[in-house]
Write a protein that binds this ligand. Structure first.
Ligand SMILES: C[S@@+](CC[C@H](N)C(=O)[O-])C[C@H]1O[C@@H](n2cnc3c(N)ncnc32)[C@H](O)[C@@H]1O
Length: 368
């Protein structure tokens, strides 16, 4: 098989950090494009991207494309794809189609023709749930077939079962850590840690644990799956012996219980300390200076605003008074709230989508 395009999706605005991660991980030619990063590769690269890339939300294999100008052409060329080399006849397939600026403009009709061709050529049943997902994009009369090789989104590492109301997705947390200059060698502290996402991601990065080490992936259900190769990739020992430690605190006792249980499941209990404390009681840990990173609450309701201004002011006072030498990264929807901290931000990112809202990363240099 010839190399095909592998697309690693991530939130718009953070592509450059995923590109850096992919290049570091050895994916040659990885290039940032809107909404993700792409490079050419084969199925082993697809497996490794799913296993190793912390910042990707899913990995698509763009395994076929052709020009088409009408539905009959679409059906014929779909039939000509070597489906048996990609899909298994015993696993149901789901097809999603989008069309834009093309002669084939009716997505529903295109979907019907594609499903018919796949069913006839392969013998697989067509399903709407619990199936391998084929995404077809028809744009400017070019038809591109992708498989979602991840299945459940990649932020679901399989360790963080216990979460509170507004958890940060692990993939997003890892990109924010990278955007904040974290390279795995310094302590990280989140004083409003909730389920512990930033702390656990930072500890995993430092220790060299692979994000997909325990979960399963959609590519395991493809005809192209190579079980021996996969077993080798997954069992590769890359872990570092580290002395760096990671700290989380939160005023909510339930959040601390959750974070502690999540650390245990991820095998990170020895590296992480979680403490129940309100921000005003937060103490500097007995460690070298590092990175404080957090997403404080950012309520949308007007009545919450007054309390939030007090909370951000208290956060800023604690950090300015007790965390000299540490850098601070705050992710919030409201730049006004961020500035209430009175922290000297040196950089504010463009808005990044998160949970239906837009957030920005506000960063300081080492506090003086
Ligand atoms: C948006 S959540 C953080 C989510 C977290 N990053 C995660 O991934 O689960 C904000 C957290 O701030 C905590 N919090 C609110 N006020 C606090 C305070 N005064 N001191 C410490 N923690 C506080 C809440 O209990 C909540 O867990």
């Amino acid at each position: 098989m010839k190399p095909f395009e592998i697309f690693c999706a991530c939130p718009p605005g953070l592509e450059q950090y995923l590109e850096a991660e992919a290049l570091e991980a050895g994916f040659k030619g990885a290039t940032a494009v809107p909404g993700g990063v792409q490079f050419a590769g084969l199925w082993p690269n697809v497996m490794r991207a799913n296993l190793t890339l912390r910042g990707a939300s899913r990995i698509l294999a763009r395994f076929a494309n052709f020009r088409c100008f009408n539905l009959s052409q679409l059906e014929k060329q779909t039939r000509d794809i070597d489906w048996h080399s990609v899909l298994r006849s015993d696993i149901p397939v789901r097809v999603d189609v989008t069309t834009r600026k093309s002669k084939v403009y009716h997505a529903g009709a295109a979907k019907e023709r594609i499903e018919k061709a796949i069913a006839e050529r392969l013998g697989a049943s067509i399903a709407s749930e619990d199936a391998v997902k084929i995404m077809v994009r028809i744009e400017d009369n070019m038809c591109t077939f992708s498989i979602d090789t991840s299945g459940a989104p990649l932020h679901q590492r399989g360790h963080k079962e216990a979460v509170g109301k507004a958890p940060m997705r692990e993939s997003l947390a890892s990109l924010f850590l990278r955007a904040s200059g974290y390279d795995g060698t310094e302590p990280v502290l989140d004083p409003m840690c909730g389920s512990g996402t930033f702390v656990l991601e930072a500890a995993e990065i430092a220790q060299g644990l692979l994000p997909g080490r325990t979960r399963s992936f959609a590519f395991e259900q493809l005809a192209s799956f190579m079980p021996d190769r996969w077993a080798d990739l997954r069992s590769a020992k890359l872990t570092n012996d580290i002395t760096t430690r990671f700290y989380g605190s939160d005023r909510n006792h339930g959040a601390i219980q959750n974070a502690t249980a999540n650390a245990q499941r991820a095998g990170l209990s020895d590296l992480c300390t979680f403490t129940c404390a309100s921000i005003s009681d937060l103490q500097r840990p007995d460690s070298p200076a590092g990175l404080v990173i957090l997403n404080p609450p950012y309520g949308a309701r007007i009545g919450d605003k007054k309390q939030l201004f007090a909370l951000y002011a208290s956060l800023g006072k604690t950090l300015n008074d007790r965390f000299k030498g540490w850098r601070v990264a705050i992710i919030t929807t409201d730049t006004g709230l961020a500035h209430t901290t009175n922290l000297a931000f040196s950089d504010t990112s463009a808005p990044i989508p998160h949970g239906g809202l837009k957030v920005r990363l506000h960063q300081t240099k080492a506090l003086m």
